[in-house]
Design a protein around this ligand. Structure first.
Ligand code: ADP
Ligand code: NA
Length: 332
């Protein structure tokens, strides 16, 4: 049984952005020193909302390239895409029969993503958290790095694991996965509206810095980021009620490895006209090497596909015996 196994994933839905990097991918990189890491491109999650089949494969390679370019070593960690390992879907069905409808009805992300006409959302979007539970439990992962937005889903995965263990008298079969709460920028906000999170699906390109943006794009988006006319405050308390300012200071802090207080000790009292160029320079310095490496990797799709295919083989070697045992436990 693993002691220190991490599972996490990113959806191949295009427009990978700074929030995905700071809130997820960058943290995945650090964990490879201390944990056995399984990083998935969750293409089965992606299709819970419509994906253009012509773009899905390219978007899958983009996430894999981002993982590798950010510094995840595919020879020591497992990088693969979900649809290639059937065990995820098999376990998800069994867990669908363990988890309760009432649990899903409490998921706030479904309410956000389904929008007003909930009846028109796919069944998959509704059941998404159960597939996520299967993703984690099929490796008997012990730790899951999660952003703010995924905490509720991880809680549901724990509840599902516990109910399975209890229902079938299989004490401790599934470990209850622990969240690894990540550093300062667990939530990067939109550059156009500091009260909404930066997201792949925002219709405004100016709302997000993507992992493919050029230095000029990055500088332009930061220059145009919504802020107020006041200078930066001297203290963190002074950021209250100033979401645009708080977001930019938070991004600076996360990129520089500083606290917000340290950033304000340096820039407090200065105008955004001075701070924004400094932030743009920092963002370019940190992101450009990754963007360049991603482009280099994406130019060789066969190389990425080879990594994904080897990763899927290694993933199956762990997941298939777990599903076989689950089937016995269930009585199949
Ligand atoms: P998205 O939410 O952008 O569609 P995913 O659901 O694939 O992307 O999320 C991938 C990872 O990126 C998750 O761990 C999620 O918590 C993280 N993430 C997504 N958006 C943000 C954000 N704005 N700030 C911080 N982390 C984020
Ligand atoms: Na998300």
């Amino acid at each position: 049984k693993p002691q220190n196994r991490v599972f996490s994933g990113v959806q191949p839905t295009g427009n990978l952005h700074l929030g995905n990097y700071l809130g997820a991918i960058r943290n995945f990189v650090g964990l490879q020193q201390t944990h056995e890491c399984i990083y998935c491109v969750v293409d089965m999650h992606a299709i819970t909302v419509w994906q253009d089949p012509k773009e899905l494969a390219a978007n899958t390679r983009e996430v894999a390239a981002a993982y590798i370019a950010a510094g995840i070593d595919p020879s020591t960690n497992i990088i693969f895409n979900q649809s290639k390992v059937a065990a995820h879907a098999e376990l998800a069905w069994i867990l669908n029969c363990v988890a309760r409808i009432g649990w899903l009805n409490r998921m706030t992300q479904f309410k956000d993503k389904a929008g007003k006409d909930r009846e028109k959302a796919s069944v998959g979007l509704y059941a998404y958290p159960i597939l996520m539970a299967a993703d984690i439990l099929v490796y008997r992962a012990t730790h899951v790095p999660v952003g703010d937005d995924q905490k509720q889903h991880l809680e549901l995965a724990r509840d599902t694991a516990q109910k399975f263990n209890n229902d079938f008298g299989a004490q401790d079969f599934f470990p209850l996965p622990e969240p690894l709460i990540m550093g300062p920028a667990t939530r990067v906000m939109s550059l156009r509206d500091g009260t909404k999170k930066m997201s792949k699906s925002d219709p405004s390109d100016l709302s997000r810095i993507t992992m493919r943006d050029s230095a000029d794009d990055i500088a332009k988006k930061i220059r145009k980021a919504q802020t107020d006319p006041d200078p930066l405050p001297e203290t963190v308390e002074g950021l209250q009620g100033r979401p645009g300012a708080e977001n930019l200071v938070g991004i600076y802090a996360a990129l520089a490895g500083m606290t917000k207080a340290e950033v304000l000790a340096q820039y407090g009292g200065q105008q955004f006209s001075a701070f924004k160029p400094a932030l743009a320079d920092l963002a370019v310095e940190k992101l450009s090497p990754i963007t360049d490496e991603m482009a280099r990797l994406m130019a060789d799709p066969a190389y990425i596909d080879g990594i994904l295919s080897k990763g899927a083989d290694r993933a199956r070697a762990i997941a298939d015996p777990v599903v076989a045992r689950v089937k016995e436990i269930v009585g199949f």
